[in-house]
Design a protein around this ligand. Sequence first.
Ligand code: SF4
Ligand code: MG
Length: 298
Amino acid sequence: MTCKSCSSNKTPTMKDFQSNNLFTWCTNCGNYGIHTALRRALVAKKIPACQTLNCFDIGCNGNGSDKIGGYSFHGLHGRVIPMACGATMANSKMTVIAFGGDGGTLGEGVGHLVHAIRGNYNITFVLHNNLNYGLTKGQASPTTLKNMKMNSSPDGVTSELLHPANFVLSLESTFVARSFSGNVKHMAKTFEQALDHRGFSFVEILQSCPSYNKETPHEWYMDRVFDISNLADYDSSNRQQALAIAQDQEEKIAIGVLFQDKKSVPQIEKQPNRKDIVTDAYEETRHYDISKLLSKFR
Ligand code: SF4
Ligand code: MG
Protein backbone atom coordinates (compact mmCIF):
# COMPACT_ATOMS: atom_id res chain seq x y z
CA MET A 1 0.00 0.00 0.00
CA THR A 2 1.35 3.45 -0.82
CA CYS A 3 1.56 5.68 2.23
CA LYS A 4 -1.02 8.49 1.93
CA SER A 5 1.12 10.91 3.91
CA CYS A 6 4.69 10.37 2.69
CA SER A 7 3.99 8.57 -0.65
CA SER A 8 6.41 5.78 0.26
CA ASN A 9 5.48 2.44 -1.26
CA LYS A 10 7.87 0.41 0.90
CA THR A 11 6.23 -2.76 2.19
CA PRO A 12 5.93 -2.55 6.01
CA THR A 13 8.02 -5.03 7.98
CA MET A 14 8.06 -6.21 11.60
CA LYS A 15 11.12 -3.99 12.11
CA ASP A 16 9.01 -0.86 11.41
CA PHE A 17 6.93 -1.64 14.49
CA GLN A 18 9.82 -2.50 16.80
CA SER A 19 11.39 -0.32 19.45
CA ASN A 20 14.76 -0.36 21.19
CA ASN A 21 13.20 0.49 24.55
CA LEU A 22 13.47 -2.04 27.35
CA PHE A 23 10.33 -4.09 28.05
CA THR A 24 9.34 -3.87 31.72
CA TRP A 25 6.52 -6.44 31.85
CA CYS A 26 6.91 -9.41 34.19
CA THR A 27 8.33 -12.68 32.85
CA ASN A 28 5.69 -14.66 30.90
CA CYS A 29 3.22 -11.75 30.90
CA GLY A 30 0.58 -12.06 28.17
CA ASN A 31 1.42 -8.56 26.92
CA TYR A 32 4.47 -9.86 25.01
CA GLY A 33 2.29 -12.08 22.85
CA ILE A 34 -0.30 -9.34 22.29
CA HIS A 35 2.34 -6.94 20.94
CA THR A 36 3.88 -9.59 18.68
CA ALA A 37 0.44 -10.49 17.29
CA LEU A 38 -0.44 -6.85 16.66
CA ARG A 39 2.80 -6.23 14.77
CA ARG A 40 2.16 -9.32 12.64
CA ALA A 41 -1.37 -8.16 11.85
CA LEU A 42 -0.24 -4.66 10.83
CA VAL A 43 2.45 -6.12 8.56
CA ALA A 44 0.00 -8.65 7.09
CA LYS A 45 -2.47 -5.84 6.31
CA LYS A 46 0.43 -3.80 4.83
CA ILE A 47 -0.37 -0.81 7.06
CA PRO A 48 2.67 1.51 7.27
CA ALA A 49 3.87 2.57 10.73
CA CYS A 50 3.52 6.23 9.71
CA GLN A 51 -0.23 5.66 9.22
CA THR A 52 -0.74 3.94 12.56
CA LEU A 53 -1.76 5.59 15.82
CA ASN A 54 -1.61 3.38 18.91
CA CYS A 55 -3.43 4.88 21.90
CA PHE A 56 -2.69 3.51 25.36
CA ASP A 57 -4.55 3.72 28.65
CA ILE A 58 -2.90 3.71 32.09
CA GLY A 59 -2.10 0.17 33.26
CA CYS A 60 0.31 -2.60 32.34
CA ASN A 61 -0.93 -2.31 28.73
CA GLY A 62 0.18 1.35 28.80
CA ASN A 63 3.75 0.34 29.50
CA GLY A 64 3.78 -0.77 25.87
CA SER A 65 3.33 2.79 24.58
CA ASP A 66 7.02 3.28 23.78
CA LYS A 67 7.63 -0.32 22.71
CA ILE A 68 5.96 -0.19 19.29
CA GLY A 69 6.64 1.76 16.10
CA GLY A 70 4.19 4.25 14.60
CA TYR A 71 2.58 7.15 16.43
CA SER A 72 1.68 6.62 20.09
CA PHE A 73 -0.55 8.38 22.57
CA HIS A 74 -0.69 7.60 26.29
CA GLY A 75 -3.87 8.94 27.93
CA LEU A 76 -5.39 9.22 31.39
CA HIS A 77 -6.76 6.21 33.25
CA GLY A 78 -9.97 4.96 31.63
CA ARG A 79 -10.00 7.75 29.02
CA VAL A 80 -8.20 6.20 26.06
CA ILE A 81 -11.37 5.49 24.04
CA PRO A 82 -12.56 9.11 23.58
CA MET A 83 -8.99 10.12 22.69
CA ALA A 84 -8.87 7.45 19.97
CA CYS A 85 -12.36 8.33 18.71
CA GLY A 86 -11.33 11.98 18.42
CA ALA A 87 -8.23 10.97 16.48
CA THR A 88 -10.16 8.96 13.88
CA MET A 89 -12.68 11.79 13.45
CA ALA A 90 -9.84 14.26 12.83
CA ASN A 91 -7.89 11.97 10.48
CA SER A 92 -9.93 9.14 9.02
CA LYS A 93 -6.99 7.91 6.90
CA MET A 94 -5.05 6.89 10.00
CA THR A 95 -5.39 3.35 11.40
CA VAL A 96 -6.33 4.02 15.03
CA ILE A 97 -5.89 1.29 17.63
CA ALA A 98 -6.62 1.73 21.34
CA PHE A 99 -5.58 -0.47 24.25
CA GLY A 100 -7.08 -0.60 27.74
CA GLY A 101 -7.16 -2.91 30.71
CA ASP A 102 -10.22 -4.45 32.36
CA GLY A 103 -9.98 -1.99 35.28
CA GLY A 104 -9.68 1.23 33.29
CA THR A 105 -12.14 0.17 30.59
CA LEU A 106 -14.93 -1.46 32.60
CA GLY A 107 -14.39 0.53 35.81
CA GLU A 108 -13.34 4.16 35.42
CA GLY A 109 -14.00 4.36 31.66
CA VAL A 110 -17.07 2.17 31.17
CA GLY A 111 -19.21 5.11 30.00
CA HIS A 112 -16.71 5.88 27.24
CA LEU A 113 -16.90 2.29 26.00
CA VAL A 114 -20.71 2.44 25.84
CA HIS A 115 -20.79 5.71 23.90
CA ALA A 116 -18.01 4.73 21.49
CA ILE A 117 -20.05 1.63 20.61
CA ARG A 118 -23.21 3.74 20.16
CA GLY A 119 -21.27 6.04 17.83
CA ASN A 120 -19.51 3.18 16.01
CA TYR A 121 -16.28 5.16 15.77
CA ASN A 122 -13.82 3.57 13.38
CA ILE A 123 -11.18 2.25 15.78
CA THR A 124 -9.91 -1.14 16.89
CA PHE A 125 -10.12 -1.45 20.66
CA VAL A 126 -8.07 -4.15 22.41
CA LEU A 127 -9.18 -5.06 25.93
CA HIS A 128 -6.34 -6.60 27.95
CA ASN A 129 -8.49 -8.68 30.29
CA ASN A 130 -6.22 -10.11 32.99
CA LEU A 131 -8.95 -10.00 35.66
CA ASN A 132 -7.17 -7.48 37.90
CA TYR A 133 -5.48 -4.10 38.26
CA GLY A 134 -1.95 -5.44 37.62
CA LEU A 135 0.05 -2.19 37.51
CA THR A 136 -1.03 -1.28 41.04
CA LYS A 137 -0.24 -4.80 42.29
CA GLY A 138 -3.26 -7.01 42.07
CA GLN A 139 -6.47 -5.30 43.17
CA ALA A 140 -9.86 -6.68 42.10
CA SER A 141 -11.29 -5.20 38.89
CA PRO A 142 -14.83 -5.45 37.42
CA THR A 143 -13.84 -8.75 35.72
CA THR A 144 -12.26 -10.48 38.75
CA LEU A 145 -14.01 -13.76 39.49
CA LYS A 146 -16.39 -13.80 42.45
CA ASN A 147 -14.70 -15.16 45.63
CA MET A 148 -11.22 -14.75 44.07
CA LYS A 149 -8.74 -13.59 46.73
CA MET A 150 -6.93 -10.43 45.69
CA ASN A 151 -4.52 -8.06 47.45
CA SER A 152 -7.32 -5.58 48.16
CA SER A 153 -9.87 -8.28 49.05
CA PRO A 154 -8.00 -11.05 50.93
CA ASP A 155 -11.25 -12.78 51.96
CA GLY A 156 -12.43 -12.98 48.34
CA VAL A 157 -14.34 -10.69 45.97
CA THR A 158 -18.00 -10.33 46.97
CA SER A 159 -19.35 -8.51 43.86
CA GLU A 160 -20.64 -10.17 40.70
CA LEU A 161 -18.26 -9.91 37.76
CA LEU A 162 -18.91 -8.15 34.48
CA HIS A 163 -18.50 -10.34 31.36
CA PRO A 164 -16.91 -8.00 28.75
CA ALA A 165 -18.03 -9.77 25.56
CA ASN A 166 -21.60 -10.27 26.79
CA PHE A 167 -21.79 -6.67 27.95
CA VAL A 168 -20.58 -5.34 24.60
CA LEU A 169 -22.84 -7.73 22.66
CA SER A 170 -25.83 -6.46 24.64
CA LEU A 171 -25.21 -3.01 23.10
CA GLU A 172 -25.50 -2.20 19.38
CA SER A 173 -21.90 -3.27 18.77
CA THR A 174 -20.84 -4.05 15.20
CA PHE A 175 -17.73 -6.20 15.82
CA VAL A 176 -17.01 -8.34 18.88
CA ALA A 177 -14.12 -10.80 19.02
CA ARG A 178 -12.20 -12.69 21.65
CA SER A 179 -8.75 -14.24 21.65
CA PHE A 180 -6.16 -15.58 24.09
CA SER A 181 -2.72 -14.17 24.88
CA GLY A 182 -1.17 -17.66 24.66
CA ASN A 183 -2.09 -18.05 20.98
CA VAL A 184 -0.20 -15.45 18.92
CA LYS A 185 -1.38 -16.89 15.61
CA HIS A 186 -5.04 -16.64 16.61
CA MET A 187 -4.61 -13.13 18.02
CA ALA A 188 -2.87 -11.93 14.84
CA LYS A 189 -5.69 -13.31 12.66
CA THR A 190 -8.30 -11.75 14.95
CA PHE A 191 -6.53 -8.36 14.85
CA GLU A 192 -6.46 -8.55 11.05
CA GLN A 193 -10.23 -9.09 10.98
CA ALA A 194 -10.72 -6.25 13.46
CA LEU A 195 -8.57 -3.89 11.37
CA ASP A 196 -10.65 -4.74 8.29
CA HIS A 197 -13.93 -3.89 10.03
CA ARG A 198 -15.47 -0.49 9.30
CA GLY A 199 -16.58 0.81 12.71
CA PHE A 200 -15.82 0.06 16.35
CA SER A 201 -14.00 -3.28 16.61
CA PHE A 202 -13.98 -4.69 20.13
CA VAL A 203 -11.36 -7.39 20.75
CA GLU A 204 -11.18 -8.95 24.20
CA ILE A 205 -7.89 -10.68 24.91
CA LEU A 206 -7.98 -13.23 27.72
CA GLN A 207 -4.62 -12.25 29.10
CA SER A 208 -2.51 -14.23 31.53
CA CYS A 209 -1.02 -12.25 34.42
CA PRO A 210 1.32 -14.67 36.20
CA SER A 211 2.13 -12.14 38.93
CA TYR A 212 -1.34 -11.39 40.30
CA ASN A 213 -3.91 -13.68 38.69
CA LYS A 214 -3.12 -17.11 40.07
CA GLU A 215 -6.62 -18.55 39.50
CA THR A 216 -6.76 -18.43 35.70
CA PRO A 217 -3.15 -18.91 34.51
CA HIS A 218 -2.06 -19.65 30.93
CA GLU A 219 -2.70 -23.42 31.38
CA TRP A 220 -6.25 -22.75 32.70
CA TYR A 221 -7.12 -20.99 29.43
CA MET A 222 -5.29 -23.59 27.31
CA ASP A 223 -7.61 -26.27 28.71
CA ARG A 224 -10.75 -24.29 27.90
CA VAL A 225 -10.46 -22.11 24.80
CA PHE A 226 -11.79 -23.32 21.46
CA ASP A 227 -11.88 -21.56 18.09
CA ILE A 228 -15.42 -20.94 16.81
CA SER A 229 -14.15 -20.93 13.23
CA ASN A 230 -14.07 -24.74 13.61
CA LEU A 231 -17.83 -24.85 14.25
CA ALA A 232 -19.63 -25.59 10.98
CA ASP A 233 -22.97 -24.12 12.06
CA TYR A 234 -21.77 -20.93 13.77
CA ASP A 235 -23.20 -17.75 12.22
CA SER A 236 -21.25 -14.65 13.31
CA SER A 237 -23.98 -12.36 11.97
CA ASN A 238 -26.41 -13.71 14.60
CA ARG A 239 -26.18 -11.62 17.79
CA GLN A 240 -28.29 -14.05 19.84
CA GLN A 241 -26.01 -16.94 18.91
CA ALA A 242 -23.00 -14.79 19.86
CA LEU A 243 -24.54 -13.91 23.22
CA ALA A 244 -25.21 -17.59 23.93
CA ILE A 245 -21.72 -18.79 23.00
CA ALA A 246 -19.95 -15.94 24.82
CA GLN A 247 -21.78 -16.74 28.05
CA ASP A 248 -19.68 -19.72 29.17
CA GLN A 249 -16.37 -18.42 30.50
CA GLU A 250 -15.54 -21.23 32.88
CA GLU A 251 -15.89 -24.61 31.11
CA LYS A 252 -15.50 -23.98 27.37
CA ILE A 253 -14.46 -20.51 26.27
CA ALA A 254 -15.18 -19.49 22.67
CA ILE A 255 -12.56 -17.43 20.84
CA GLY A 256 -12.75 -15.88 17.37
CA VAL A 257 -15.05 -13.31 15.79
CA LEU A 258 -18.20 -13.79 17.86
CA PHE A 259 -20.26 -11.17 16.04
CA GLN A 260 -19.92 -8.88 13.05
CA ASP A 261 -22.38 -6.61 11.31
CA LYS A 262 -20.98 -6.45 7.79
CA LYS A 263 -23.25 -3.50 6.94
CA SER A 264 -21.65 -1.39 9.68
CA VAL A 265 -21.31 2.33 8.88
CA PRO A 266 -18.62 4.19 10.83
CA GLN A 267 -19.47 7.44 12.64
CA ILE A 268 -17.55 9.71 10.24
CA GLU A 269 -19.75 8.55 7.34
CA LYS A 270 -22.94 9.26 9.31
CA GLN A 271 -22.13 12.95 9.75
CA PRO A 272 -24.40 15.00 7.42
CA ASN A 273 -21.95 17.92 7.44
CA ARG A 274 -19.13 15.67 6.12
CA LYS A 275 -21.10 14.40 3.14
CA ASP A 276 -19.16 14.75 -0.14
CA ILE A 277 -16.16 16.27 1.65
CA VAL A 278 -12.94 14.48 0.71
CA THR A 279 -10.55 16.27 3.07
CA ASP A 280 -10.16 15.37 6.74
CA ALA A 281 -10.73 17.78 9.62
CA TYR A 282 -6.99 18.08 10.32
CA GLU A 283 -6.49 19.29 6.73
CA GLU A 284 -9.10 22.00 7.16
CA THR A 285 -7.67 23.74 10.21
CA ARG A 286 -6.53 27.34 9.73
CA HIS A 287 -5.04 30.07 11.86
CA TYR A 288 -7.61 32.71 12.78
CA ASP A 289 -6.69 36.08 14.19
CA ILE A 290 -9.01 36.51 17.18
CA SER A 291 -7.16 39.43 18.78
CA LYS A 292 -9.92 41.87 17.67
CA LEU A 293 -12.55 39.72 19.35
CA LEU A 294 -10.48 39.32 22.52
CA SER A 295 -9.91 43.08 22.75
CA LYS A 296 -13.65 43.50 23.43
CA PHE A 297 -13.23 41.69 26.74
CA ARG A 298 -10.28 43.71 28.02
FE1 SF4 B 1 1.86 -8.55 33.06
FE2 SF4 B 1 0.52 -8.95 35.31
FE3 SF4 B 1 3.08 -8.25 35.40
FE4 SF4 B 1 1.23 -6.52 34.60
S1 SF4 B 1 1.43 -7.40 36.67
S2 SF4 B 1 3.23 -6.85 33.65
S3 SF4 B 1 -0.19 -7.82 33.50
S4 SF4 B 1 2.24 -10.16 34.59
MG1 MG C 1 -6.18 -5.63 34.22
